[in-house]
Design a protein around this ligand. Structure first.
Ligand code: PMP
Length: 753
């Protein structure tokens, strides 16, 4: 009915004959293509309200300005009476008619470099005109699609149901708040189109021939214009950085970008993608069964995931130099470090890496490389996880004090942590490192039992304090170590791969009994469920249960060092002792607990805690402070929300499967062990001799580093590759790791034959 009325108005006021209308997609307006005897034009119909009319009039004035001497922007078509808007009060709507730009939309054609360059050029030409246009209406307009207001969308984060997706948007919002917000207010402003997405760009014969739909114009930061176009253009590109270089360069030739604008582009592109998925999450909430919304966001999500693997350092440096800006010269940080940091500190890899930033399972080097981190089990839920960063920042800005005052963060976190333990492990001491935790655990055991003898394990490592070194065979029995002290007993490594006890638990336990009978009565036994420095060597349940029994029968205390394997790293089990079905009296925690924030803990029974209270106060200046507790509490929440334990199990199993396949191709791989995302790959000279191939292992971790994959090695023969990635590691990451390892091993084989 209203369409008929509009049609009659078109005939009457525009003088069209044979008018035929076809509906097109539109966001704010309802759009029609109008074919009439004199040609084709575009009809845009709007709901009537005053604000809208003023906006559309402003838009008309600007596009008429742009299209004055050129045909690549739509122009308004006026009525015979000279009006460019017709109001139909009775229908509560108004409409206008625009020239129709023939051609394909960019979204539906290929994007060769020449097309991308012509897009950059046309956006540049448009912006060079817009810069000199002033319009009060547009200047006063506040749009929620204005990137300047991105952070106002933060409350919409909760509408993204999938926590693993949500964290990516959250990450970029936190980066935005930290690095973009302080810069953005200093950037130059202009009226911008604000939505040069690939459905708003017209292409004819591989050349961009028009830009349409000026309904989102704002007076905002000029650089947003090209960043927005870039965000959409990059979506399906194999090499987004390269494709965007063409776009930026061709724009820059027309509207020279400033260095400080180029330096923000990486995050501006990410910001627009985040804005898009946040708006879409809202739309999906309002229209849950609209599948189109889901599909249309897929590209943005895929790019956001891929964007994380692109180093901002690389992208920014590449764009700066392509646009002719000088980039800062790289300064080797080693000499400065050597000046003040003692030589006893080691550096990883033959070519040490200078790291500058990180995101989840990726680390960004100063040289622009992106490293896949398959090694850092401290960054348990991922590097710079936004929830952890935010909670840490907020807590630091609120209160940081010690346990001699009352504050809720301490008991809140303590009860959250203890909810992951059986009921009898119900007291927790907080410290700041795994070393401080194992040291305290041993001190508690000695106080409670009134004994001094500590039983450790061959190749065990528990910390860098004097006591930690004393019980760590890995330290005292190796280079620079001062040997075993008389108050230390050491049990053999229960090596199931090449040890004398493999498959012989009884033999092992018989020898342990003999060792214990010849030692003073033990205060405690301390071991990891999987001995990291022993080459990721797991105990068997039988053996660990047997040792615990022997120790507890003698009145000793069993300490499980979960610093490496705890907090769900093993997948199915939250703690390593659960995997082996043993019942420790004390549990030592560290590394992943604060996702890099220094916090450690000792968990024990109320009976042991009570006996430790012998009159000497326990106090740690930093242990259990509100900031540490808030951060650690967030780690537990994120672990659960993102189902990272399940991911560790699934991804770990996939990685083992791929490594097993690789072992069929390379006999160097003698054993693959561990659980979840705590794995060891034992390299051997030959499957028969099982002789450790330390030379290959050392070469391989360095070769992998050159391929930008971080793994490490350990074990008595320095031949076991350690893989213990952040728990957000995914299947593609596993493929990348194994594929690169395959290339390296092939290279080694070629080289040595
Ligand atoms: N226990 C184990 C099993 C460890 O691996 C480590 C650190 N590598 C520690 C304790 C000591 O932790 P931190 O370095 O945090 O003091």
């Amino acid at each position: 009915m209203e369409l008929e009325l509009i049609k009659s108005k078109l005939l009457e006021h525009y003088g069209f004959t044979d008018c035929e209308l076809k509906s097109l997609d539109g966001y704010i307006s309802v759009n029609y293509r109008v074919r009439h005897a004199g040609g084709t034009c575009l009809l845009k119909v709007y709901q009537l309200n005053n604000e809208n009319i003023a906006d559309v009039r402003a838009e008309n004035s600007i596009i008429n300005n742009l299209s004055e001497n050129r045909s690549d922007f739509p122009a308004t078509i006026s009525t015979k009476e000279g009006e460019d808007i017709i109001v139909l009060k009775s229908e509560q709507l108004f409409f206008r008619v625009l020239s129709f730009l023939e051609g394909n939309v960019l979204a539906l054609v290929e994007h060769p470099s020449s097309t991308i360059c012509s897009l950059g050029k046309l956006i540049g030409e448009m912006d060079s005109m817009l810069i000199s246009i002033q319009n009060q209406n547009i200047a006063a307009r506040k749009m929620d699609w204005d990137l300047e207001h991105l952070l106002e969308l933060e409350p919409k984060l909760d509408l993204i149901q999938d926590a693993r997706k949500r964290k990516i948007v959250d990450y970029f919002l936190v980066q935005w708040k930290t690095f973009i917000t302080p810069q953005v207010l200093h950037l130059r402003k202009s009226i911008i189109h604000n939505d040069v997405n690939d459905w708003n760009v017209i292409v004819r014969e591989d050349e961009v021939a028009g830009i349409i739909d000026f309904g989102d114009m704002v007076y905002s930061r000029l650089v947003f214009e090209i960043a927005i176009a870039a965000a959409y253009l990059a979506i399906d590109k194999e090499d987004p950085v390269r494709a965007l270089t063409d776009l930026f360069k061709s724009y820059h030739e027309v509207v020279p970008l400033l260095k400080e604008e180029v330096e923000l582009l990486y995050y501006l592109v990410a910001g627009r993608l985040c804005m898009s998925v946040l708006h879409s999450a809202k739309a999906q909430k309002d229209r849950p069964d609209n599948e189109y919304l889901l599909v249309s966001e897929e590209g943005a999500w895929n790019l956001l995931v891929r964007w994380l693997a692109i180093s901002p350092v690389h992208a920014t440096r590449h764009w700066l130099s392509s646009l002719g800006f000088a980039t800062t010269d790289y300064k080797d940080p080693v000499p400065l470090r050597r000046k003040s940091i003692p030589e006893v500190y080691s550096l990883s890899y033959e070519r040490p890496i200078h790291m500058v930033k990180a995101a989840f399972q990726y680390m960004y080097g100063a040289d622009g490389s992106t490293f896949l981190d398959a090694y850092n089990n401290i960054k348990h839920v991922g590097h710079c996880h936004p929830e952890i960063v935010r909670r840490g920042q907020e807590a630091m800005a609120t209160l940081n004090t010690n346990t001699r005052y009352l504050y809720n963060e301490l008991p809140d976190y303590a009860s959250h942590l203890l909810s992951h333990f059986p009921p009898h492990l119900n007291k927790v001491f907080f410290v700041n490192s795994g070393s401080a935790a194992s040291d305290l655990a041993i001190r508690i055991a000695r106080t409670v039992t009134n004994r001094t003898q500590i039983v450790g394990i061959e190749q065990g490592y528990h910390g860098n304090t004097q006591l930690g070194i004393d019980v760590s065979h890995y330290k005292y029995a190796h280079k620079g170590g001062r040997g075993q002290k008389s108050n230390i007993t050491v049990l053999p490594l229960p090596d199931q791969f090449r040890g004398i006890y493999s498959g012989d638990s009884n033999g092992y336990l018989k020898d342990v009994r003999g060792i214990l009978e010849n030692s003073p009565e033990p205060a405690a036994f301390i071991a990891e469920p999987i001995i990291g420095c022993g080459g990721q060597m797991p105990f068997t349940s039988e053996i660990l249960q047997g040792i615990y029994q022997l120790i507890q029968d003698r009145g000793g205390i069993c300490i499980s060092d979960e610093v490496q394997v705890g907090f769900g790293r093993l997948g199915r089990w939250f703690w390593g002792y659960e995997m082996l079905d043993v019942d420790p009296d004390i549990v030592v925690l560290g590394k992943p607990m604060g996702n890099g924030h220094p916090i450690g803990a000792v968990v024990t029974t109320s009976e042991i805690a009570r006996k430790f209270n012998n009159g000497m106060e326990f106090f740690s200046s930093f242990g259990g402070n509100p900031v540490s507790c808030s951060v650690a509490n967030a780690v537990l929440t994120v672990l659960k929300e993102e189902r990272l334990r399940e991911n560790a199990e699934k991804t770990g199993a996939y990685l083992v499967k791929r490594l097993e396949e690789l072992s069929k191709e390379f006999a160097y791989i003698g054993d693959i062990r561990g659980k979840g995302l705590f794995l060891g790959v034992d390299l051997v000279k030959s499957p028969d001799s099982k002789q450790p191939h330390g030379e290959l292992a050392k070469w391989l971790i360095n070769a992998m580093r050159e391929h930008h994959i971080l793994i490490s090695l350990d074990g008595p023969g320095h031949n076991v590759l350690k893989i213990k990635s952040p728990l957000c590691f995914n299947k593609q990451n596993c493929d990348e790791l194994v594929d690169r390892m395959q290339e390296c091993l092939t290279q080694w084989r070629k080289h040595t034959y």
